[in-house]
Ligand binder design. Structure first.
Ligand SMILES: [Zn+2]
Length: 488
């Protein structure tokens, strides 16, 4: 009896406290005090959605995106503060509120100097998938730790997107495994029935090319549509948002990224898929509204990074974008590094061959035996910087605890120096793309607005519509969501 009384009391105090905090924060966010705690927070990531897609010159939004823009609260200045601006690092920032220097997720993959190989952001040394390299709790972990009955579910076509949205110990994380051609989860945990259902019923067009002949839905539409169905099934099967403990549901649509890489932003193919995403988000909102039946929920639309237009496209030409062959780029950077270091460190032939361990943009990993201790490195790096900056495609070079370089991008570089990061970060000139002509397509990852600026919009029954033009770093997003959920 004693324990029960204590539990009841403590639960009551806790509720009062978090309602108070929630009201406080929401009064700031919405300008309204009449607000109840949301029972469901839905994070919607559209992979590779540039911020300027919201004002897309060739698209009139008619469905979900239109509703979110017209009725939501837009944080117009939202941008990432790290490099590379890619999928894994972006998804980790969204849910942890921390930059790669803290999360340890410094990219989709990185160089491991000890084992002389690349490491994937969500795979351990045994080849198992999971959040092993994520060094801080996600929003979901904080929610479950505060209210253990809360549920946290993340789904995506990509493993890294789902896993990093889920955090360290989510209720369920589901992604699509291309090798097995089915939805899967962690090897140690059973696939819930609602996900197995989809493995039996994947549409036959699933594997067809991105686009079919005119008028027909391509595989990309189907992939994102099926993912939405998986999410909705999870929401209903797990009864998300139906009790007093708030739940967190996250979905990351991947096809915009696949199409954007291949055809570039503002292409016919990309525009077509954005219209499809608009419809898919329309259905998502309709389903959530009907499921929550007037109950409190919040949907947040955002993205993990943007993308550079194709240099060969009319827009790319107009903007003066340049493509550089990776081979040529690596050779010029490596030669410059070795020549400058040979002078400074008196390297012999054998040492020259091992001086540069790996160039994996934006990082350069150097041989630590040769570059000496921290005090010696600064002088060496200064010399390397001077020579590298003479290459016509490089703007600036950064390293840990660098002194004297305080341009607007140096904070972004410093936020990206985890122990897994390289010794140097290269900032290429704006509009330069290092990607082979043979591979074609385009990429993201740079410091610049086209890669770092993304949409952030809060939408829900009690969110007051508007545009917030204050500076907004993407690390602020998790902080806002935490306050919304009453987390300290
Ligand atoms: Zn991505």
């Amino acid at each position: 009896m004693r324990t029960n009384t204590y539990q009841q009391q403590s639960k009551k105090t806790f509720k009062v406290r978090f309602t108070h905090l929630t009201l406080f924060w929401l009064s700031f966010l919405t300008g309204s005090l009449s607000f109840a705690l949301p029972r469901l927070v839905v994070v919607v990531v559209v992979d590779q959605m540039r911020a300027d897609y919201l004002h897309h010159p060739n698209i009139s939004w008619n469905y979900g995106v239109k509703t979110i823009i017209n009725e939501g609260l837009i944080f117009e200045k939202a941008r990432y503060q790290h490099v590379p601006t890619d999928t894994a690092s972006g998804h980790a920032v969204i849910m942890t509120g921390a930059n790669p220097v803290t999360t340890g997720i410094i990219g989709n993959q990185w160089w491991d100097s000890k084992n002389k190989g690349m490491v994937s952001a969500v795979i351990n040394e045994k080849g198992e998938l999971g959040p092993f390299h994520l060094e801080v709790p996600g929003l979901g972990d904080r929610l479950i730790s505060r209210s253990p009955k809360s549920k946290v579910i993340a789904v995506s076509q990509k493993d890294r997107s789902a896993i990093l949205l889920g955090g360290k110990k989510p209720t369920k994380v589901i992604w699509f495994d291309a090798k097995q051609q089915k939805f899967v989860t962690y090897f140690s945990s059973p696939l819930p029935e609602w996900a197995s259902h989809f493995n039996m019923s994947l549409p036959p067009e699933w594997e067809s090319p991105f686009l079919t002949s005119s008028g027909k839905r391509g595989a990309s539409y189907l992939r994102d549509k099926v993912l939405l169905d998986v999410m909705l099934m999870a929401m209903k099967a797990e009864a998300l948002g139906k009790d007093e403990d708030p739940d967190l549901l996250a979905i990351s649509f991947s096809e915009t990224d696949a199409i954007g890489h291949r055809y570039g932003p503002f292409s016919l193919e990309s525009d077509k898929h954005l219209r499809e995403i608009d419809e898919i988000l329309g259905q998502l909102l309709k389903e959530i509204n009907s499921w929550m039946k007037g109950g409190e929920f919040v949907v947040i639309l955002t993205s993990d990074h943007g993308v550079l237009p194709l240099p060969e496209s009319p827009l790319g030409k107009q903007l003066g974008l340049r493509r550089i062959e990776p081979k040529e780029f690596h050779s010029q950077v490596e030669t410059t590094l070795i020549e400058s270091a040979t002078d400074e460190l008196k390297l012999n032939k054998a040492q020259q061959n091992i001086f540069v361990e790996k160039i994996s943009l934006p990082y350069v990993y150097l041989n630590h035996v040769l570059i000496g201790d921290d005090s010696e490195r600064h002088a060496l790096f200064e010399k390397l910087r001077k020579q590298l900056k003479m290459l016509e495609f490089i703007s600036e070079i950064y390293w840990r605890d660098q002194q004297g370089v305080t341009d607007v991008f140096s904070d972004m570089a410093q936020a990206s120096f985890h122990k897994r990061s390289g010794d140097l970060i290269l900032r290429l000139k704006e509009g330069v793309l290092v990607q082979s002509r043979e591979l074609g397509g385009t990429n993201h990852g740079s410091f610049y607005f086209y890669d770092s600026k993304v949409p952030v919009i809060f939408y829900g029954p009690s969110i007051k519509k508007g545009i917030n033009r204050d500076p907004f770093f993407m690390t602020d997003l998790a902080r806002h969501m935490a306050r919304l959920l009453g987390l300290p």
